[in-house]
Design a protein around this ligand. Structure first.
Ligand SMILES: [Zn+2]
Length: 168
């Protein structure tokens, strides 16, 4: 296993739409393991392909019960409810804001071996999945906020970013 470098906003491909994964096999498994290890090392609860420089539809996350999960080519096919919850992002370190998300979603995806998945997620798990899914659309959590809050967060980020890059 190996730690990967985590990109920070607005490095490419963070703001680009990721492409479907077509090749399943040991390399993809190794990638998912490396991403999980990188997520843990950064004390994150989720990490998406574009954050490690891959324009691919993959993300990993840690379920609220501690189980790791890897979703490939995910789609959110149903969404209900709305709640605000504090979010941060490994690609926007030290930045936090309450973000509105659906409280129930239904997800279709593939697991790391290519098997089809179809399940419902609620509350915190639904929030993580929506955050990571957004990464695959080139969106980060400030994009989910009203224009004024987004602007002020990105101003804050412009001040934090040089120090974060210097520390990396
Ligand atoms: Zn994120």
């Amino acid at each position: 296993m190996a730690l990967m470098n985590i990109l920070v906003y607005p490095d490419a491909p963070l703001t680009e739409v990721a492409l479907p994964i077509v090749k399943f096999g040991p390399e993809l498994k190794k990638l998912a393991e490396d991403m999980l290890e990188t997520m843990d090392a950064g004390n994150g609860v989720g990490l998406a392909g574009p954050q490690v420089g891959l324009r691919q539809q993959i993300f990993v996350l840690c379920e609220p019960d501690g189980e790791p999960m890897c979703l490939i080519n995910p789609e959110i096919v149903e969404m209900d409810g709305k709640a605000y919850g504090e979010e941060g992002c490994l690609s926007l370190p030290e930045l936090y804001a309450p973000v509105p998300r659906a409280t129930r979603i239904r997800v279709r995806a593939q697991d790391v071996e290519g098997n089809p998945l179809d399940f419902e997620a609620h509350d915190f798990l639904a929030r993580i999945i929506q955050h990571e899914y957004d990464h695959l659309q080139g969106k980060l959590f400030p994009d989910r906020l009203d224009a004024m809050t987004r602007e002020s967060l990105l101003d804050e980020w412009a001040e934090i970013r040089p120090r974060i890059l210097a520390e990396a």
